[in-house]
Design a protein around this ligand. Structure first.
Ligand code: NDP
Length: 263
């Protein structure tokens, strides 16, 4: 039997086992996807080997540790500096990042985007900024504090804090902060957000389990809006595809994973 796991802390809330097990069952694969809380980051790869895993996903707060520990990092993960998918290849463990492409799949339905503003500068913002750059979308970062901006500055992004930012027109506004996750906060000043939405076409929030104040405000401005559900779905679809060396068609995986996602 093939064994897969989600690694993170906490992992009790993770729907990854449900998503992946539904596809394993539907494809009649002798495999099982479980949850494993990892407290000490340095135990990540040793745990992967001790459990005899074929593949794993990594969530908060261990994506950077996974990047450091795998034998080889491939694709955009190299530039992002974070890994959310681990795949056993012979005796080696290869790291990938499917959050970035998962995000891009989720915004494809928006249509033409020339420029974007990312609110927040954490791990998710890094993945999103890199994939937007990859697709030629001019991207600006706005974070409440300057301390996390160095990564983005080094990669040539325009970076601002609230103090240095001047409002201009962006097609897409993305919330990657955790503002609104467990509270009713906006990710930046409400007046600024209104001015941005007045000019924008699309709004995306990476938070997926509730209608956030950010998205509710965007809807008031008649913007085309999306929460983080599709991003989560597509990162899972792309991870499953990597677990099986791209043997299955992405559309097939998506069609099998989506019903479990919507339960
Ligand atoms: P990080 O902790 O790496 O970064 C959080 C960022 O949010 C920082 O820039 C921080 O600013 C900012 N921030 C936090 N609280 C506030 C606030 N009240 N007001 C303004 N800015 C704030 O988090 P991640 O990037 O790992 O995760 C961010 C969100 O993305 C989470 O809600 C997570 O659930 C979601 N997520 C969704 C995924 C999906 O598939 N849909 C995938 C991965 C994550 P500062 O630097 O000043 O502290």
């Amino acid at each position: 039997m093939l064994l897969f796991s989600i690694f993170g802390n906490p992992v009790t809330h993770s729907i990854s086992p449900r998503l992946h097990n539904s596809v394993l069952n539907a494809l009649d694969i002798d495999g099982c996807y479980v949850r494993k809380a990892i407290i000490e980051p340095e135990t990540l790869l040793p745990t992967f080997h001790a459990m005899g895993l074929t593949g794993a996903n990594v969530t908060v707060p261990h994506k950077e540790a996974a990047y450091e520990q795998c034998d080889e990092v491939r694709g955009l993960a190299k530039e992002i500096g974070a890994v959310n998918t681990l795949v056993k290849e012979g005796s080696r463990v290869i790291g990938y990042n499917t959050d970035a492409e998962g995000f891009y799949e989720a915004i494809k339905s928006f249509g033409l985007i020339q420029n974007a503003l990312i609110l927040g500068a954490g791990g998710t913002a890094k993945a999103i900024a890199i994939i937007l750059k990859e697709h030629g979308i001019e991207t600006t970062i706005l974070n409440r504090s300057a301390s996390r901006l160095a990564f983005f500055e080094a990669k040539g992004f325009t970076c601002n804090t609230g103090e240095t930012f001047t409002c201009k027109r962006y097609d897409l506004i993305i919330n990657t902060t955790s503002a609104g996750l467990k509270d009713e906060e906006y990710p930046c000043d409400e007046g600024l957000l209104k001015a941005l939405f007045q000019e924008a076409k699309f709004a995306f929030d990476v938070i997926y389990n509730k209608p956030t104040p950010f998205l509710k405000l965007a809807q008031n401005f008649q913007l085309t809006c999306k929460d983080g559900k599709e991003m989560l779905l597509f990162q899972g679809v792309l991870a499953f595809n990597l677990f099986f060396s791209k043997h299955y068609d992405v559309k097939t995986i998506e069609s099998l994973m989506r019903p479990a996602f919507e339960l």
